[in-house]
Each structure stands twice: as structure tokens, then as C-alpha cells.
Write a protein that binds this ligand. Structure first.
Ligand code: ZN
Length: 457
């Protein structure tokens, strides 16, 4: 029986901002009100601080095989970094390998996460190889709480499904009440452009950008929407990066089609010029789809404000520079992925709210409430309300955060935001009522996270 009072903070939710006390008992928010005087084990003064629901990051790749290597953060280091960055829930992608069963894939991810994760976690299943009985297995996976599937329209030799297979998975999603997440890029066209570039001797990291022009995303987004209409099933787009994609979603939403999408921290804050850095440094920014330009960034921010995009995730898929060097002679072999699970909330607060692009409510919604709602975790997660888990992030608006690989908790030996200084500092984080981050340092127990069995959509 633990009782904690968070006193006098300014509570930010997806629909309001107000000053109140929060009374937490046994990990659950029991009362919210003025001047709460209950007996408590601890009373924490949060006057002048922002108190928001803990972040929900629905796109991570921990301990995940990618190409010829494996992401460098496992469920221990990755979730400690997430916690320090104010994220208290993740949904990680369990990715089916060729000839691997879907149920077996999920079991494998349970083994990776159990006793390691320090925050609560769920899984999506990435479906890459259909087999006899795979649709039945998807039903079993859904029953176990993995209520979203991912499909790839990219990476033709390894992960891609063809349009007919995508249609089948969408139908299964509709049948089981699972959300289908789409990685939308035209992999076949990309491979041809990349082949030409290499033939012309353009083997450096900038080839990653040049081989993936915006139309390769926009075409796939429109095709996926059309297929989902044929399958009569809802659709969710991961990591959208372009103006054209944001427009396609706005149009689909205008027709009231059940389509939703996310963008990621890096698309909102970083520029494609990074690919042209000398000494193979551009490889550090090789993630998919590639970073875009200012016009796209403006369209993505606008999409978040107008609701055509509703979520910002990290797509944390971390590699060290040495791993990136697998592709030193051919950009096609550079492992695709960036590292940002720790800075999503901080950057969306600073570049979103402080910079005047988002209201406090919009900010809370895109980093916490909307992802919890979209993936069957609300109101247990993503909300400060009576009965919700006491997952709470506290920001000191007068603090300053300086981002550096020297000080971050992720295992990556570089940061795409190296040296950035931003207003606001995440000072305390609570997970189910337990303080797990204090003054930016993880203070919780090892492996304390729990598996989240998510509801169907
Ligand atoms: Zn991803």
C-alpha cells in the first residue's frame, strides 16, 4: 500500500490545463483536486512544474535484427532511456523472420522483454511471410493482446508483402479488430533507382536519400489507402515524412475513411542536408524513409495541428557508427534506423509548444493520449484521470536540456541532435505511482515493466 500526493503541479492533458493535486494509491490515480489532505507516505511539491501523462511511444525496435546486424539497445537500456525521456509505455515491433511462425515470433519478443523492460510494454507483430495457417495464427496473436499488425511495402527481398498479401492481412485485421500499420514506400522502384546510383558510382550515404524520392512514399500511401478501401479495413501509417503523404491522409479523412498516421521526431526537427556530411557521417542519418526538407516539415507540423496526422513516435531503431559502416562501400547495406526514444517528449515540448507550433493539449495528445487510444491502451495509459495508471511525467519549464551522446542513456555512440540546447527539462517520471526517474537519472528497479495485453480496436 503506497500513497503519494503530487502537490500543486500544472496538469496538462489532451483537453485541459489546470492546477491541482493528484493522490495516488497502489499505482492508480485515486483523486484529483484542490488541497488534498489525505494521509500519504510521501508528498511531492510540484508547484511551477508541468505534470502530464507519461509518454506512449508506439514505434520502437529494441533488440531487433535489422539487415546484417541487431539494434544496439535491448529492452533494458532502451526502456531506461525511454523512461529518462518521459516515456512510460512502449509498443515494440516483433518482426517475423522468414520461415518463422507468428505465434513463435511473439513468444520470442516476450523472452527479449521479460525481466528487462523497466516500463510497461506491448507488441505489434510485423507480418513478413505468409504461410498455410498464418491467418489463424494472427487470431491467436490478437487473443494474446497483440492487437496490431505491421506490413511492409518496402524491402522486396526480405520484408515486403505484395498487394494481394496486404489485402489478406487487412482483411484479417478487419475480422479480428486489429489495426494494420503500414510501412509505405514503393520498394520495387526504390531498389531500381538504388541499383542505378550504385552503377554510376554513387555509393555514399546520400544515395539513401536520392533513391527514395518523396513520390515513392506518396504512391505507396495512396495505394495502401485504396487497398484498405477494397478490404474494408482501417489503416495506420507509420513514420510519414512528406507533404504529399500528409495531404493524402487529410483527403482520406475528409471522406471519413478510417485512416490514421504518425510522423516521427526526426522528420519534424532534422533536415536532409545531413546525408551530405563528409567522412561517412551522413550514414548516421540513414533511416527510412529519409529525412526531408523544410516544406515537408512544415506540412507535417500542420498535419499534427489539423489532425490529418495524430501521433509522433520515435521509430527508435538504434545503431552505433561502427554498425553503420557495414555499408561503407554501398549505402544499400547501411542498417536503416535512428536513435531517439529518449528525446521525443523533450523535442516535441520545445520545438512544438515552446516554439508556438502546438498547444499544450495538442502536444500531450500526440505524444501520449492519441497513441494510447489508437492502440487499445486508453484510459489505463495516456491520461491523468481517476482510475488511470499513475504514469506521470514532470517537466520543469525553467530547466534547459542539452542533448549529447556523452550524457544520453541510449547505447548509441552519437546523437542526431548533438549539442542541441532546448527549453524545458524532464525532472521526474512516475510509472504506476513509483518514481523511476529523479533529476534525469533512472532510480527504479531493474526489469520492473509489465506486459500490456492490449484491447482490440
Ligand atoms: Zn520502424
Amino acid at each position: 500500500m503506497s500513497k503519494v500526493i503530487l502537490k500543486g503541479g500544472t496538469i496538462w492533458t489532451a483537453d485541459s490545463v489546470y492546477v491541482a493535486d493528484i493522490f495516488i494509491q497502489d499505482g492508480i490515480i485515486k483523486t484529483i483536486g484542490q488541497d488534498i489532505q489525505y494521509q500519504a507516505d510521501e508528498v511531492i511539491d510540484l508547484a511551477g512544474k508541468i505534470v502530464m501523462p507519461g509518454g506512449v511511444d508506439v514505434h520502437t525496435h529494441l533488440d531487433a535484427p535489422v539487415g546484417e546486424t541487431t539494434t544496439i539497445d535491448d529492452f533494458a537500456s532502451g526502456t531506461v532511456a525511454a523512461a529518462c525521456g518521459g516515456t512510460t509505455t512502449i509498443v515494440d515491433f516483433a518482426t517475423q523472420q522468414k520461415n518463422q511462425g507468428l505465434v513463435e515470433t511473439v513468444e520470442m519478443w516476450h523472452e527479449k522483454a521479460a525481466d528487462k523492460a523497466v516500463i510497461d510494454y506491448g507488441f505489434h507483430i510485423s507480418v513478413t511471410d505468409l504461410y498455410e495457417g498464418s491467418m489463424t495464427d494472427l487470431g491467436k496473436v490478437v487473443d494474446s493482446g497483440v492487437t496490431s499488425f505491421k506490413i511492409f511495402m518496402d524491402y522486396p527481398d526480405t520484408l515486403m508483402l505484395d498487394d494481394g498479401e496486404i489485402f489478406r492481412v487487412l482483411q484479417a485485421g478487419g475480422r479480428y479488430g486489429a489495426k494494420v500499420c503500414v510501412h509505405a514506400s514503393n520498394g520495387k522502384v526504390i531498389d531500381r533507382i538504388a541499383e542505378d546510383l550504385v552503377y554510376q558510382g554513387k555509393t555514399g550515404p546520400e544515395g539513401h536519400l536520392l533513391s527514395r524520392p518523396p513520390a515513392t512514399e506518396v504512391e505507396a500511401v495512396n495505394r495502401a489507402i485504396a487497398i484498405s478501401r477494397m478490404a474494408d479495413a482501417p489503416l495506420y501509417f507509420v513514420h510519414l515524412s512528406t507533404e504529399g503523404a500528409a495531404y493524402a491522409l487529410a483527403e482520406a479523412k475528409d471522406h471519413e475513411w478510417p485512416v490514421d498516421g504518425e510522423t516521427c521526431t526526426h522528420y519534424l526537427t532534422l533536415d536532409k542536408e545531413l546525408y551530405f556530411k563528409p567522412d561517412f557521417e551522413g550514414a548516421k542519418a540513414v533511416l527510412t524513409p529519409p529525412l526531408a526538407g523544410e516544406k515537408d516539415r512544415d506540412a507535417l507540423w500542420k498535419g499534427l495541428r489539423t489532425g490529418s496526422l495524430s501521433i509522433v513516435s520515435s521509430d527508435h531503431c538504434p545503431f552505433c557508427f561502427e554498425q553503420k559502416k557495414i555499408g561503407i562501400d554501398d549505402f544499400r547495406r547501411i542498417p536503416n534506423g535512428g536513435s531517439g526514444i529518449e528525446h521525443r517528449i523533450q523535442l516535441m515540448y520545445a520545438d512544438g509548444v515552446v516554439a508556438g507550433r502546438l498547444t499544450p493539449q495538442q502536444f500531450v495528445d500526440i505524444v501520449s493520449t492519441a497513441p494510447a487510444k489508437a492502440f487499445g491502451m486508453y484510459p489505463q495509459k495516456g491520461q491523468i484521470a481517476i482510475g488511470s495508471d499513475a504514469d506521470i511525467t514532470v517537466i520543469d519549464p525553467d530547466g534547459v536540456t542539452k542533448i549529447s551522446a556523452e550524457t544520453h542513456n541510449m547505447r548509441t555512440d552519437y546523437s542526431l541532435w548533438e549539442g542541441w540546447e532546448r527549453a524545458g527539462r524532464i525532472v521526474r517520471v512516475f510509472s504506476r505511482g513509483e518514481e523511476i526517474v529523479r533529476d534525469g537519472v533512472y532510480v527504479g528497479a531493474a526489469g520492473r515493466g509489465s506486459y500490456l495485453k492490449r484491447r482490440t480496436i
